[in-house]
Structure formats: structure tokens, C-alpha cells
Design a protein around this ligand. Structure first.
Ligand code: HEC
Length: 250
């Protein structure tokens, strides 16, 4: 049922945003994910050369450097339930440190293709393009999953005080991965205000008391921070908190 809904939504997105390329490349409708052969073998080889020239001196020839951030499980922990665009954007705007943007966008996207090939995601006939990466999702082969522990997330729910200095988000949306811990503004803020509440509950870690949650009790609130999953309940180590509405209706 859920898959069917996702399928419909993604199909609508494809029709709106991505029609010619998507159908030309995949020959079928449906969501595009890293399992759909979104890069080519030759592109991954180009990416490997660019990586060896620009990145390997710090990350090692085999990507083992910096906790193997791009390999295997670490790759999924870091990037599942996000888009290929977020990954491309992160690398393009931060790597190499102090020289971000020093190689072409084409080279950055080729390097992303190399990372995908290293993780054994299937190849296809066409290259990963520089634009439109927002429409390619990173997820497990079996489909979307809850965001993993330690991810930076956004939740929207009602702020309550359970006992003195112990705060919770109730009737909350499921945690969604975000890259920017700062308070939403502009369109993202309007979307947060309009978001329907959900059924999740999150404990807010004690550090939240420095953010003055007292004034927000009973409000519809946006919280962003690191998600910590545990059997005792999911918690959020809150970075920012903002009121979306003074009341938190159903
Ligand atoms: C001068 C050394 C150096 C070079 C060159 C370099 N990096 Fe990094 N890279 C780092 C360091 C240090 C970190 C860890 C940064 C951190 O954790 O904040 C890192 C982290 C990363 C991460 C993990 C980011 C994350 O948030 O998970 C990726 C991906 C990455 N680098 C890709 C690249 C790519 C691609 C290139 C080549 C275009 C490159 N790096 C070149 C030093 C380097």
C-alpha cells in the first residue's frame, strides 16, 4: 500500500520534472533510485581518475580514509533517505577542504558515479547528469526506510513538558533527514507550518533547556537535531527549535 502511494507520488514528480530523460533512460515509469542504473561504467572510470588526482591523497586510493565515509554501511548510514543531489552538493561545496569547487561540476558528478560504483549500485547506459540529481533517491533496495540513528533530522509536532525540564515532541511527524540544522525559513518554513501532524513521539535531550522551550509548550514546533534511536524511545539532540503556531490543534 505504502509502496503504491510512493509510486504514484514519484510518478507524478517524474511527469512534472523529469519526463523526457527519465523515460528515455529507464524505459519504464516509477521512482528513480540508485538501484535504477543511474550512472555508466565509463563515467565511474572517469570519476575514479578524478578522485585519484584530487581526493586520494587524503582519502586513500581505496576510499578508506576518514572512516570510510563513502564505503559500504557508512555510505548508507550517511546518505540513505536523501537524494544524490545532497551528496553531490556536499562534496562540491566542501571538498577538497579550502578548495571547494576547484574542479568542474562534471568532475564532481563523475566522482559521485565512482562512489556509486564502489558501493556496487548497478550501472546503466547513461551518465549521471549534473542537473536533476534531486530526483534520484538514495535508499535500500527494498525501498524507503526510517532515517537511521545519528542522522540530522527535522520533526514537526507539539511540544510538551512531561516533568520539570523534561520535554517531548508528541503527535510528531516521522523524522526526515535534513542537511541544514538551522531553523527553516522561506518556503521550507511555510511547508513546515502546513505539515500535518503525525503519530511519532521523540524525547528531547536535556540540552534543549538552553533553547528556552518553556515559551513553546503547547505550540506546534519545528525541531532539528541529531536523531538517537534506542529501545527506550527515540530522542533528539536538538540544535534548533522554532514555533510554527501558538496552538497545536489536531
Ligand atoms: C586535504 C585533504 C582532503 C582532500 C584533498 C579531500 N578531502 Fe574529503 N575530507 C577531508 C576531511 C578532513 C574530511 C572529514 C571532514 C569532516 O568530517 O568534517 C573529509 C570528508 C569527506 C567526505 C565525508 C563528508 C561527509 O559529510 O560525510 C566526503 C564524501 C569527501 N571528503 C569527499 C572528498 C572528495 C570527493 C574529494 C576530492 C574532490 C575530497 N574529499 C578531497 C579531507 C580531504
Amino acid at each position: 500500500m505504502k509502496r503504491a502511494t510512493n509510486h504514484l507520488i514519484s510518478t507524478a514528480l517524474l511527469v512534472a520534472l523529469f519526463l523526457p530523460a527519465a523515460f528515455a533512460q529507464s524505459g519504464e515509469e516509477g521512482p528513480r533510485t540508485i538501484w535504477d542504473g543511474v550512472y555508466s561504467q565509463t563515467q565511474a572510470e572517469r570519476g575514479r581518475n578524478a578522485y585519484l588526482a584530487t581526493c586520494a591523497r587524503c582519502h586513500g586510493d581505496d576510499l578508506a580514509g576518514f572512516r570510510g565515509a563513502m564505503d559500504g554501511e557508512r555510505f548508507m548510514e550517511g546518505w540513505s533517505e536523501d537524494t544524490v543531489h545532497s551528496l553531490f552538493h556536499r562534496i562540491q561545496t566542501t571538498m577538497p577542504p579550502g578548495q571547494a569547487g576547484s574542479i568542474s561540476d562534471q568532475s564532481y558528478v563523475d566522482i559521485v558515479a565512482f562512489f556509486l560504483s564502489r558501493n556496487k549500485f548497478p550501472t546503466g547506459d547513461a551518465d549521471l547528469p549534473v542537473t536533476g540529481l534531486e530526483n534520484i533517491r538514495i535508499q535500500e533496495k527494498t525501498g524507503p526506510m526510517p532515517v537511521p540513528s545519528f542522522a540530522m533530522v527535522q520533526v514537526i509536532g507539539c511540544l510538551t513538558e512531561e516533568s520539570p525540564d523534561s520535554f517531548k515532541m508528541i503527535t510528531s511527524t516521522e523524522a526526515a533527514r535534513v542537511r541544514d540544522p538551522s531553523e527553516s525559513t522561506g518556503e521550507a518554513l511555510e511547508a513546515a507550518k502546513a505539515a500535518p501532524l503525525g503519530k511519532a513521539t521523540y524525547d528531547l535531550l536535556r540540552n534543549v533547556i538552553y533553547l528556552d522551550p518553556q515559551n513553546l509548550i503547547g505550540h506546534k514546533v519545528e525541531a532539528k537535531g541529531f536523531l538517537i534511536r534506542s529501545d527506550a524511545g527515540d530522542r533528539i539532540n536538538v540544535s534548533t527549535l522554532q514555533s510554527l503556531s501558538e496552538s497545536c490543534g489536531k
